[in-house]
Design a binder for this molecule. Sequence first.
Ligand code: GDP
Length: 426
Amino acid sequence: MTVTAIVGANWGDEGKGKMTDALAAKSSYVVRYQGGSNAGHTIINSYGKFALHMLPSGVFYPEITNVIGPGTALDIDVLLRERDELLARGVPVPRIVISERAQVVLSFHRLFDELEEERLGAASFGSTKRGIAPFYADKYAKLGVQVAELYDEERLLQRLEQSLAAKNVLLEQLYNRKPINARDLLPELLEQAEKLRSFVCDTSKLLHDAYRNGESILLEGQLGALRDPDHGIYPYSTSSSTLAGFAPIGAGLPPYAITRIIAVVKAYSSCVGAGPFVSELNGAEADELRRLGGDAGEFGALTGRPRRMGWFDAVATRYGCMLQGATEVALTNLDVLGYLDEIPVCTGYELDGQIVMEHFPVTAKLDSAKPVLERLPGWKCDISHVRSFEQLPEAAQQYVNFVEAAVGVRVGSISVGPSREQLITR
Ligand code: GDP
């Protein structure tokens, strides 16, 4: 009978998908409340390995209702394709509901994302090119299209024409492209709308009722605190809030509903895309950690891009947990560090001749910040089969205790492998 948010304390890719999949068993609802198909949650269970981009991570349990909330960027193509893939691979028909107020990522959002990345060249922000930034720009400029509008052809056409008026000038004058005729977009959108029809409803009412009836709801965040547009490493951030504080808004629940906030923290650091990354590693050290990390090396679940690698960053993670309002931490990928004699951790930043520990500097300052590293003893063995804290080697227990003290939040669970059951609950 809880409303729980599972959110990232770092730059994303912390293993939220695995944690959500593991915790979903006890939930009635799993909700995506922000972001779109730029997510890449990797889940490994008895059906195989899946990288979910648009679907909530509860889709492997047929009794769970999976909600696409009003705060999300709905990519209809990706959602339908992912659902088909699940069915083709033997997963029971998942229960999916989509908010009638969610807005739709349109083909020209993806086009503008690509054109803009091309135009920016080396100065680009590392977009996943799923149209997310142009989508949210339109949403807040009141030029977006809500799911409900897909079922009113005249209104839809009007909305598309309004959205395209200024964009067509840009297409012709800035990008040297042909303008887009709103009418040409209709057939595909109307066809998609039909395929979607049976999933669409007032999900906010559904969730409110569930909340009032005391059912368990899991709110699944995408990316991490440091990618939040208000509090993260702007402009190397994403376009929707990645914080648990936004979850009730994006899902449609009362702000006081959440009682448990699990901040997922990775035992080392990884980051996809551009932006300052103080504890970043280079060369052979980075290659080795990348090769051994995650379930098959640290490569973006969406883009396949090699992730940038670094040691655990106490300054950034403490800040991330604070922003998330974490009531507990789930520490993931601890097993990966078993190859090291000693494990470096970043405990502070050297900045303008001073050591910064309690304050996470603004983006403009981060570029010149240097990591202050300490070394903790390694455990030099495989811990992926361990299922209790007490059975962990002494040095691994020490590492967990160090993280706990560094971020100031209890570590409630420890993940020691990518599979659902490779989890220690403390
Ligand atoms: P998300 O976006 O936060 O869900 O994270 P991703 O799925 O993109 O990345 C996490 C990666 O780590 C995936 O490859 C997971 O399969 C993997 N993973 C998750 N937890 C663990 C863990 O405890 N140990 C190991 N070795 N891999 C893990």
